[in-house]
Design a protein around this ligand. Structure first.
Ligand code: LIP
Length: 279
């Protein structure tokens, strides 16, 4: 069935846009902040509310029971984070919660859909910029309905590389993150960047504004939609050790091509993080 998931794809775009409007409105009011795994892992009522709105709309449209859901805030409350063969929505209601809390202008709604453990489509709405990124397997990647393409830079010295610090403040890990960044900066590359949201970072790779984004410590909901968008824009996804991309592994590099990806991988100091689907 060639167009089996088109309705779901179109609906995801609508839902992401509506969710983004809720986030924008919430950003105009006082934001009540709580913490999750540690004091810098922030969550707000908006994260929880928007996830409920997204999952509620999807359940209403596609029926409860037939589709599964992996949502950042539901998992934080104890729901399982297991990808099965069933049609599964992978949702980050507010990617860039710290940005949202501080009014730093990159916040995204990220919605991906997988069937038989394969990502079928991804939608990322960068709601403060009002940019809608989307991609469906085999059908190209788009920003506001215009096709997007990764950059054609192969010379690492002419690249901009994105990474993030995440929310783990374990000294040894932070040391490795900064050591990696120092080594990459001194290759040298044109610059290092970070928008504060993995989803937006991947859209920046997909649209050619930057050559690569890598991070250890991210979750499947941060990167699932971006993975489809980067791939459909002509980019590559790998594990940070150069192996195949694994959505549940908490680490990945997305890049415009293998030359850039493999050059960056040489500099990455890997540290452990518990898999999203760990028992
Ligand atoms: C955040 C990411 C950010 C990353 C953090 C965190 P959240 O997602 O998008 O880029 O560095 O580790 O996962 O918590 O704002 O949805």
């Amino acid at each position: 069935m060639a167009d089996q998931w088109q309705e779901a794809y179109d609906f995801a775009v609508q839902v992401a846009r509506a969710a983004g409007a809720v986030i924008r409105k919430a950003g105009e009011c006082e934001i009540k902040v709580q913490t999750k795994s540690c004091t810098v892992d922030l969550v707000t009522q908006t994260d929880e509310r928007v996830e409920k709105i997204i999952i509620g709309s999807l359940k209403e449209q596609f029926g409860e029971g037939t589709h599964c859901f992996i949502g950042e805030e539901s998992v934080a409350k104890g729901e399982p984070c297991i990808l099965t063969d069933k049609p599964t929505w992978i949702i980050d209601p507010v990617d860039g919660t710290t940005n949202f809390v501080h009014g730093f202008p990159f916040v995204a709604v990220s919605i991906a859909f997988a069937v038989n453990k394969e990502l079928e489509f991804g939608v990322i709405y960068s709601c403060l910029e009002d940019k809608m990124y989307k991609a469906r397997k085999g059908r190209g990647a788009f920003c506001d309905d215009e096709p997007i393409q990764v950059s054609d830079v192969k010379d690492i010295h002419k690249s901009i590389i994105i990474s993030e610090h995440g929310t783990d403040r374990d000294k040894q890990k932070v040391k490795k993150i900064f050591s990696t960044m120092q080594k990459i900066l001194c290759i040298p590359v044109h610059g290092l960047r970070g928008s504060g949201t993995a989803a937006t970072n991947m859209c920046l790779v997909a649209s050619g504004a930057t050559e690569a984004f890598f991070e250890i410590g991210i979750h499947c909901w941060d990167i699932a939609a971006g993975a489809v968008i980067v791939k459909e824009a002509g980019g590559v996804l790998l594990d940070v050790d150069g192996g195949p991309f694994d959505l549940m592994s908490r680490r990945m590099i997305s890049a415009n091509n293998m030359v850039i990806a493999e050059r960056i991988i040489k500099e990455i100091e890997i540290f452990d993080s518990v898999r999203d689907d760990a028992p």
